[in-house]
Design a binder for this molecule. Sequence first.
Ligand SMILES: Nc1nc2c(c(=O)[nH]1)N[C@H]1C(S)=C(S)[C@@H](COP(=O)(O)OP(=O)(O)OC[C@H]3O[C@@H](n4cnc5c(=O)[nH]c(N)nc54)[C@H](O)[C@@H]3O)O[C@H]1N2
Ligand SMILES: Nc1nc2c(c(=O)[nH]1)N[C@H]1C(S)=C(S)[C@@H](COP(=O)(O)OP(=O)(O)OC[C@H]3O[C@@H](n4cnc5c(=O)[nH]c(N)nc54)[C@H](O)[C@@H]3O)O[C@H]1N2
Ligand code: SF4
Ligand SMILES: [Mo]
Length: 736
Amino acid sequence: MTVSEAGNTEHKVTFCRICEPLCGMIATVEDGRLTALRPDKDHPLSAGFACPKGIAFTEVVNDPDRVTVPLRRGPDGFEPVSWDAALDDIAARLSGILRRHGSGAVGWYFGNPTAFSYSHLMAVFPFIKGLGRHSHLFTASSQDTSNRMLASQFLYGAPTAVPIPDLMRTDLLLMLGSNPVVSHGSFLTTPRIKDRMHDIVNRGGRVVIVDPRRTETAAQFEWQPIAPDGDAFLLLSLLQVMFAEGLVDADQVARQADGLDWLRAQCAPFTPEATAERTGIDSMTVRQLARDLAASPRAAVYGRFGTCVGRNPTLTAYLIDVVNLVAGQLDKPGGSVFATTGAPGQRFATMALGAGLRRAYRRKRSRIGGFPSVLGAEPAAMLAKEIATPGTNQIRALFVSAGNPALSVPNGLELEAALPGLDLMVGLDLYVNETTAHCDYVLPVTTMYERDDFPVTFQTFQSTPFRQATEAVVAPRGQARTEWDIVADLMARMSRRPPVLAALVGLRSLVERTGRQWRPRLIADVMIRTSQGGDMFGLRRGGLNFRRLVGEHPHGVVVDDHIATGVLGDVVVYRRGRMKLAHKDIGAEIAAISRRENPDEFPMRLIGMRQPRSENSWMHNSPMLMGPVLKRGDRAHGALMNADDGAALAIADGDTVSIRSASGAIEVPVTLTTDIVRGAIAVPHGWGHSGSGGWKLANRGGGVNVNTLMSTAPADVESLAGMSWLTGVPVRVQSA
Ligand SMILES: Nc1nc2c(c(=O)[nH]1)N[C@H]1C(S)=C(S)[C@@H](COP(=O)(O)OP(=O)(O)OC[C@H]3O[C@@H](n4cnc5c(=O)[nH]c(N)nc54)[C@H](O)[C@@H]3O)O[C@H]1N2
Ligand SMILES: Nc1nc2c(c(=O)[nH]1)N[C@H]1C(S)=C(S)[C@@H](COP(=O)(O)OP(=O)(O)OC[C@H]3O[C@@H](n4cnc5c(=O)[nH]c(N)nc54)[C@H](O)[C@@H]3O)O[C@H]1N2
Ligand code: SF4
Ligand SMILES: [Mo]
C-alpha cells in the first residue's frame, strides 16, 4: 500500500482511530484526495462494521474549517504564517521562558486523540518530561482513566496492568458504568462489541448492565438500575456477602494475593442491607449477584467511565478487580484477564516503570492542591489555577494538543479566563476549537489517514490478540505535519535545551547518520517483532514486523484465538508476583465513604450521556453527523430525566430547565422518560461550542457546556488519582 499518486482511484486498506475498536476501513482515494470511507468486510474482527462517525471522517479530513497552515494571532484574529516563522518564534519564546523561570513555567495538556496516534504520544511525553523536573503535564485521563491506572498501580505494582473481561469466553458479564452500544467499548478493544455481548447470551450466559439509565446497552441486555455514584457500596457489599456466606476459596486467593484478612475486615460493615439506601438496590438482588459471580465457572466484572468520575473512583476500580479476585475469576478463561503482548523482558520493563511511578506518586505533589503524580501527570481540574496562581512554577507557556479542555474539564469558564494570562500558548489541532482559540499559534496537524500508525496504546486491551498497522492513505492536507515532526523541529530550534532534549536531538542525528529515519515506527516495529506473532528479528520465520503487516496483512492478523491466562505472576511486579490488597489510602477511602453526605439544596444527581454521532467535543462540524444545515429536527443538545421527577417539579416534556450546582448553572431542554432512575438527570458533554472556535457548523449546533456545573475546588477533586468529579454531582433542577 503506498500513498496515492495523482490521476487514479485507489481503494486502500486501513483502520479507524476515532474510538477503541479500531474498525477496519477501506479508503477511496481519487487523485490523491480521500473521497470515501467504507467498512472493511475482510477485517477479521470488525468484518464489515463501522459506525456513522467512522464513515463521516472523510468530512473531517476535507473540512473547509480545518486548520491547514500555521496560524498566528494578530490584531485582527488569526493569520497564516510560515512554519519557519512560527517555530522560530515559539522556540525563541519558549527558550526565554525556560531561561527566566525554569521548567516549572511550561505545561502541556494532551487530549483523547493522542492515545490513537503513536507519532503523537511518543513525541509529546519525552518532550514535556525532558524539559525538566518541574514541567507540568495534564491529560484527559484525569477525566477518564487515571483512577483505573492508579488502582492497578496499588494492586499489581504498575499502572499498565489493567485487566479486561474475557468477553469471548465469559458466561456472566457484570458491566458497570459503560454503554458500549454507543461508546463501542473503552479500555476494551473489541470490534463489534455489541455482537460479542449478544454471543454471551446466545451461548446461555448473562449480561447485566449496572447503570442509573436504561441505556441503549441496558435495553438489549439485563438492566440493573443503581443510584449515581453507588458502585463502591455495591462492590463492598458483593465482597461482604462472599466472605459472610463462605463463597471464597481462600487458598486460591492466597496464591494470588496478600492481605485477604485485611480486605475481609474492611468489607464487614457493608452488608447489602446497610448499602441498599446508597445504591437503590435491594439486598436480595445483591446477595444473588454475589452468589452467581462466585459460583459461575466463567464470570467477569468490568467497570468503565461511569465508575471513574464519581467521588471515590480509585476505590471503585480497586474493588472491581478485588471482586473478580475474591470470586475466583481473576486471570482465568472467561474471567477478568490480562492481555499481555507476550514480549520477553516485558516484566522487567514494567517493574522499572512501576517502581519509578510508585516513587513519583509518593514524592511528587502538584503545586496547587497537593495532588500526587499519576502516570507523570497532574489533575487537569487544576490547570486553570496552575496558570492563574502566582509563585514559583506558575505556568507561563502552555501547549495544548488534541484536546479541548475548555469544554472537557470542570469549570471551563475558569480556564478560559486564565488562558489570556499566559505568555505563550500553542495549539496543535485540526481545528481552532474553544481552547485553541486562545492560542498565540495554532499549528496544523495530520488526521489519522494522513499518517502511518500502529495502535501501541490498545494492544493490551484487545479481547482477541490482533495486530494491524497502516501507512498513510493520503498525503497531509495543506501544510499539516505530525506532532512528531513538529516537536522534533521545535527541539532543534530551541536555543536553550535541557539535557534530555539535547540527548534526544543528538540521538536523532545519530540515527539519521546511519541512513535510517528516526521515527516512531522504529519503536512500533520492535514492539511488533518481539510480541506474540512477531518475527523476533528473524528468529521466528514468517513472523510479523511492521513492513510485513502493512504489505502482506493489510487487514490485520489475529495472533491468538484467546487471551493467555495464568499470567498474574508475570503481570504483578511486586516481589513474589503477588497482588497487594492492603493499602492505607484505600482503607481511608473506605472509612470515609459512609460519611459521604449530600447537600439538601441540591437534591438531584447529574450524570453524563454519550451520543452515537458525537465524539466528545470534536465531531460536531460534520454535516453527515449533524444534518447538513442543522434545521429543526436535526441534532440538538438536551437532558433526560425521569417523568415522575418531572411531574413533581411541574416540568413538562420539552421544557427548558435550569440545572444549578454549587459551581454554576446551565439551561437545556429536557426530555422526560421512564428509562432513568428517579433523582438523576443526564446531560451529554462536548456541547456549547462558543463561537470563538473556528468550526462553523459546530457553533451553530448550540447547546451548553455541562462542565460549567463541575467543580475545580481541590476538595472536589479526588485526592488519590486527581479525578475530576463528573457524575453524581448534586444539582437542583427547575423549570426555566
Ligand atoms: N459515540 C461516542 N463514542 C465514544 C465517545 C463519544 O463521545 N461518543 N467517547 C469515547 C471516550 S473518550 C470514552 S472514555 C468512552 C467511554 O465509554 P464508556 O465507558 O462505555 O462510557 P459512557 O458511554 O460514557 O457510559 C457511561 C455510563 O455510565 C453511566 N453512569 C453514570 N454515572 C454512573 C454511576 O455512578 N454508576 C454507574 N454504574 N453508571 C454510571 C452513564 O449513565 C452511562 O451510561 O467512549 C468512547 N466512545
Ligand atoms: N462532563 C463530562 N466531561 C467529560 C467527559 C464526560 O463524559 N462528561 N468525558 C471525558 C473524557 S472520557 C474525555 S476522553 C475527555 C475528552 O476531552 P479532550 O481530550 O480534552 O477533547 P476532545 O473533545 O476529545 O477534543 C479533541 C480535540 O483533538 C483534535 N484532534 C483530533 N484528532 C487529532 C490529532 O490527530 N491530532 C491533534 N493534535 N488533534 C486532533 C480535535 O479537533 C479536537 O479539537 O472529555 C472528558 N470530559
Ligand atoms: S466504532 Fe466508529 S468511530 Fe469507533 S473505530 Fe469503529 S468506525 Fe471508528
Ligand atoms: Mo475518554
